[in-house]
Design a protein around this ligand. Structure first.
Ligand SMILES: *[C@@H]1O[C@H](CO)[C@@H](O)[C@H](O)[C@H]1NC(C)=O
Ligand SMILES: *[C@@H]1O[C@H](CO)[C@@H](O)[C@H](O)[C@H]1NC(C)=O
Ligand SMILES: [Ca+2]
Length: 272
C-alpha cells in the first residue's frame, strides 16, 4: 500500500514536471517505438490530443506525424498498439500484430478510421522520427544483446524506454543480465527496469529491478516479452546490458497447474 502511494506520488510528480514548454504541448510519454515510429499519448491519458496538438508533440521532438505506410512498416516488425492515434493528413488508426477480441476487431493490420474531417476530435499520436534518441526497440532476432541508452556511459534522467522481444512462435525467451547498475532505492521507485511476460506493460508482471545486484535469469512462458526502463529527474548510474536468446521449448499445456514454482509456466501470450 505504501509502495502504491509512493508510486502515485512519483507519477504525479512526473506529470507535474511536464506540460507546456515553449508554448508546445509536451505532456506525453514514450510508449513504444519501431522503425522510427512511436506512439504517444497525452500525459493526462488516452485520447486527449487534437490533430494540431498531436502534430506539435511529434514536431517538438524533431519528427512529424507518421504516414499510414510508415505505420504499416513498423507494424510488420512487431509494432502493436491498442490505441487509435493521429497520423499525417489527419488520418486516424492503429497497428495490430496480434489479433484479439478486445482490440482491432479480431483482425491484424492497420485499423484505419480514415481521414477525419473534424480535427478537434481527440486521439493519441503516431510520430515518425528515424533519428530520434536511441531508447528501446523491437527485437525479432533469435538472440541479441541490448543496452541502456548511452551504454557504456551512464543513462540519462527522465527516460522511458520500452523493449519488446518477439521470437518464433513455439519458442521462449531466455533473459540473462550481463551488467546491471541502476540508482539504488529500497522500493525501486527512482530508476527501475520492469520485466513483463507479455507484449505490453499491463499483463504478466515478472519483477522490478534496481541497484547493482545482477538479477537472476528469466525465462518467458510464451514467445513475447516487454521490458520497461524508467528513470527519474536525478542521479544516474552505469546502466545495463542484457542478452536474450530464443529457446526451442514450446509452452506447456495450460492444464499443467501442478508445476508450482517452476519458471516454465503455460504460455499465455503467444504471438504468431
Ligand atoms: C468535433 O469534435 C469535437 C470533439 O469530439 C466535438 O466537440 C465537436 O462538436 C465536433 N464538431 C463537429 C462540427 O462535429
Ligand atoms: C493435461 O493435458 C495433457 C495434454 O493436453 C493431458 O495428456 C493430461 O492428461 C492433462 N492433465 C490433466 C490433469 O488434465
Ligand atoms: Ca535516477
Amino acid at each position: 500500500m505504501l509502495a502504491l502511494l509512493l508510486l502515485s506520488a512519483l507519477l504525479w510528480h512526473r506529470a507535474a514536471a511536464w506540460g507546456f514548454r515553449d508554448g508546445v504541448l509536451h505532456n506525453s510519454i514514450w510508449l513504444e517505438r519501431a522503425a522510427g515510429v512511436y506512439h504517444r499519448e497525452a500525459r493526462s491519458g488516452k485520447y486527449r490530443l487534437t490533430f494540431a496538438e498531436a502534430r506539435a508533440v511529434c514536431e517538438y521532438e524533431g519528427g512529424h506525424l507518421a504516414t499510414l505506410q510508415q505505420l504499416e512498416a513498423a507494424r510488420k516488425i512487431g509494432f502493436h498498439v491498442c490505441a487509435a492515434g493521429w497520423m499525417a493528413k489527419g488520418r486516424v488508426g492503429y497497428p495490430i500484430v496480434k489479433a484479439g477480441a478486445n482490440c482491432g476487431f479480431g483482425k491484424t493490420g492497420i485499423v484505419d478510421y480514415g481521414i477525419r474531417l473534424n480535427r478537434s476530435e481527440r486521439w493519441d499520436a503516431y510520430c515518425y522520427n528515424p533519428n530520434g534518441k536511441e531508447c528501446g526497440g523491437v527485437f525479432t532476432d533469435s538472440k541479441h544483446i541490448f543496452k541502456s541508452p548511452g551504454y557504456p556511459n551512464e543513462y540519462e534522467n527522465e527516460q522511458v524506454c520500452y523493449w519488446h522481444i518477439r521470437v518464433s512462435y513455439g519458442h521462449r525467451i531466455h533473459l540473462q543480465f550481463l551488467e546491471f547498475d541502476l540508482e539504488e532505492d529500497t522500493a525501486c521507485l527512482a530508476d527501475f527496469l520492469e520485466v513483463y511476460d507479455s507484449y505490453d506493460d499491463v499483463n504478466g508482471f515478472v519483477g522490478r529491478f534496481c541497484g547493482d545486484e545482477l538479477p537472476d535469469d528469466i525465462i518467458s512462458t510464451g514467445n513475447v516479452m516487454t521490458l520497461k526502463f524508467l528513470t527519474d529527474a536525478s542521479v544516474t548510474a552505469g546502466g545495463f546490458q542484457i542478452r536474450y536468446s530464443s529457446l526451442d521449448m514450446p509452452a506447456l499445456p495450460k492444464n499443467a497447474s501442478a508445476q508450482g514454482k517452476s519458471p516454465f509456466l503455460p504460455g499465455k501470450f503467444g504471438i504468431m
